[in-house]
Design a binder for this molecule. Structure first.
Ligand code: 5AD
Ligand code: SF4
Length: 469
C-alpha cells in the first residue's frame, strides 16, 4: 500500500463538544494506525457510531468502547497493536472490578489479515471488523452487547459507502479546511512485498456521483483542500456524468469546478497508471497542487522485476520527465524499500542513482519486512538486519539532503499558503504550502480557510517561516 504512514489518536475531541451536555452518552475512543485511508475510515466509523448514540472522546479513560484501527503494512505496525491491546485489557479488568463495561474492537488491516486469531491471542477483544464492513458496526455492537464475540471480515457484497451515514454539516465544518475523500480502495497490482491486495481486497472505484456529492458537501462546509485517497488512486475509473468512461484526470477536472474547492491532491499512485489525462490535469488545473507522491520502491530493474512492479527504472524516469514537462514546478515524493530479498550492493547503488536523478522534495524509506502470505516472504536471499540498517541510513541521508535543498530553494520566494489553524505561539498562524510543508505566518495575515501569498524568510527542518507580502 502506498499511502504515507502515520499514527494518530482520538478522532474525537470535537464530537464530544458537539454532544453538548449529554453526560450519559456512550463514548468511543478511536486510535488510528497507518495511512490516511485509515484516518478517513476512522472518521466514517465515528460517524456510523454517532448514529448509534456514541460520542467520540480523546480520553481513553472515559471510553466505553475502544476501537483500534490497525495497519498491517510492516511487522512493527501489527506488533504495536498487540502491545496496545495488552494495556487496554488491563483497563478492562479494572473497569470490570468497578462494575463498568469496556468493549474492545480491532478494525483495519490487521483485523482483516488475522481475523479470529486476534481473539485467540488477545481474548479481551470483543469484536474484530475488517475494512469492508464498517457500516455494519452498529449491528455488530448490538450483538456484542448480547454477549457474543464477533469476527466480521467478509468482503461485503453491498457498497459500504452507501450505507455509512454522512456526518452533519456542523461536524464537517468543525473538522477543518482540509479533508480526505476515499475514491478507490484495494489493489490488483500484487507487488510481491505487499499485503494490501490481501487485506483491502481487489480494486473498487466509488461512483462519480457519490464522489462529487461528497466533495460538494465538504466544500459547502468550508473545506478548501481535498485529498483524494486510494491505495492505487490513479487506477480509479468510473462512468462520468456524460456517460463516458472517466479516469482520475477527468474526475479532477470535474472536482475543480466545485465552488470553494481551491486545492486538490491525490495519493497514492502507481507509475503504470499515470495516463495522459492525469498529466494534462497537472498542466491545466491550477487547483491541482504541484506535488506528486509516486513510489518507485527501487532503482534496480532486477529488483523491480522481482517486486512485480512491471516497469523499469528508465520507464519511471521517462514518466517524471513527461510530468515535469507538463508542470515544471512539480515537487516529487516517493517510497523506497531497501533490503528486498536478493538485493545486492549493485542493486542498492542503482536506487541511490535513481534518487540522485529524480531529486525528491521528500520521500519515505522502509526496510523490507516479510509479510506472511506474500510471495516476497517465500523468496530466497533474505538480508540481515545489519545490511538493511546500513542501506536505510545511506538512503535516508541522501533523501534528507534533497529535502533540505528543496526547502532551501523556497526561501525568498512568494508562495500561496492555505491557512489551516492557529499556530503554537500567540500571534502566529499555521498554513500549508503547495508542497505540504507547514508555513508559519503572522496571524494578521488572514483567517482560517484563506489562501494568501506570503514570502518565505527562513526554514526549520520541514517548516517554512513566512511574512506577508
Ligand atoms: N516491507 C517494507 N515496506 C513496505 N511497504 C509496503 N510493504 C512493505 C513491506 N513488506 C512500503 C512501500 C509502500 C509503503 C506504503 O510501504 O514502500 O509504498
Ligand atoms: Fe501494494 Fe503494489 Fe498495490 Fe501499492 S501497488 S498497494 S505496493 S500491491
Amino acid at each position: 500500500m502506498e499511502l504515507n504512514t502515520i499514527e494518530s489518536h482520538g478522532i474525537g475531541a470535537a464530537a464530544e463538544r458537539s454532544a453538548g451536555t449529554d453526560r450519559t452518552a456512550k463514548k468511543v475512543f478511536v486510535k488510528t494506525y497507518g495511512c490516511q485511508m485509515n484516518v478517513y475510515d476512522s472518521q466514517r466509523m465515528t460517524d456510523a457510531l454517532a448514529a448509534d448514540g456514541y460520542v467520540a472522546t480523546d480520553a481513553v479513560e472515559d471510553a466505553d468502547l475502544v476501537l483500534l484501527n490497525t495497519c498491517h503494512i510492516r511487522e512493527k505496525a501489527a506488533e504495536k497493536v498487540y502491545s496496545e491491546l495488552g494495556r487496554i485489557r488491563d483497563m478492562k479488568t479494572e473497569r470490570a472490578e468497578a462494575g463498568r463495561e469496556l468493549l474492545i474492537g480491532v478494525a483495519g488491516c490487521v483485523a482483516q489479515a488475522e481475523g479470529a486469531e486476534i481473539i485467540r491471542r488477545a481474548p479481551a477483544v470483543d469484536l474484530v471488523i475488517g475494512p469492508q464492513t464498517y457500516h455494519r458496526l452498529p449491528d455488530v455492537l448490538a450483538r456484542v452487547r448480547g454477549g457474543e464475540k464477533i469476527v466480521e471480515t467478509e468482503y461485503a457484497i453491498e457498497d459500504k459507502f452507501e450505507h455509512l451515514p454522512q456526518p452533519k454539516h456542523a461536524e464537517l465544518a468543525r473538522r477543518g479546511v482540509t479533508a480526505f475523500l476515499t475514491v478507490q480502495e484495494g489493489c490488483d497490482k500484487f507487488c510481491t512485498f505487499c499485503v494490501v491486495p490481501y487485506t483491502r481486497g481487489s480494486e473498487v472505484s466509488r461512483p462519480v456521483a457519490q464522489i462529487v456529492a461528497e466533495a460538494e458537501r465538504l466544500a459547502e462546509a468550508g473545506v478548501r483542500e481535498v485529498t483524494l485517497l486510494g491505495q492505487n488512486v490513479n487506477a480509479w475509473h468510473g462512468v462520468g456524468e456524460n456517460g463516458e468512461e472517466w479516469g482520475l484526470g477527468r474526475l479532477l477536472f470535474r472536482l475543480a469546478e466545485i465552488p470553494g474547492l481551491a486545492r486538490l491532491r491525490y495519493t497514492t499512485s502507481h507509475p503504470r497508471d499515470m495516463d495522459d489525462e492525469l498529466i494534462a490535469a497537472h498542466r491545466d488545473l491550477p487547483a491541482l497542487m504541484p506535488y506528486l507522491h509516486l513510489p518507485v520502491q527501487s532503482g534496480s530493474d532486477r529488483i523491480l522485476k522481482a517486486m512485480n512492479r512491471r516497469h523499469t527504472a528508465r520507464d519511471y524516469l521517462a514518466l517524471i520527465e513527461r510530468i515535469r514537462a507538463a508542470r515544471p514546478d512539480i515537487a516529487m515524493s516517493g517510497d523506497f524499500i531497501v533490503g528486498f530479498p536478493g538485493e545486492t550492493d549493485e542493486d542498492f547503488e542503482a536506487t541511490l542513482k535513481l534518487v540522485r536523478e529524480v531529486g525528491y522534495a521528500s520521500a519515505f524509506t522502509f526496510k523490507y519486512s516479510p509479510r506472511p502470505g506474500t510471495p516476497g516472504a517465500e523468496m530466497d536471499g533474505h538480508l540481515s538486519e545489519t545490511v538493511k540498517d546500513e542501506r536505510l541510513q545511506r538512503l535516508q541521508a541522501l533523501i534528507n539532503d534533497q529535502q533540505q535543498n528543496f526547502i532551501a530553494s523556497v526561501v525568498g520566494r512568494t508562495i500561496s499558503t492555505l491557512i489551516e489553524k492557529p499556530g503554537r505561539r500567540p500571534g502566529q498562524i499555521l498554513g500549508r504550502s503547495p508542497w505540504l510543508n507547514p508555513v508559519i505566518v503572522d496571524d494578521k495575515a488572514g483567517g482560517i480557510g484563506d489562501i494568501i501569498d506570503v514570502r518565505i524568510t527562513k526554514t526549520g527542518p520541514n517548516s517554512l517561516f513566512a511574512e506577508l507580502v
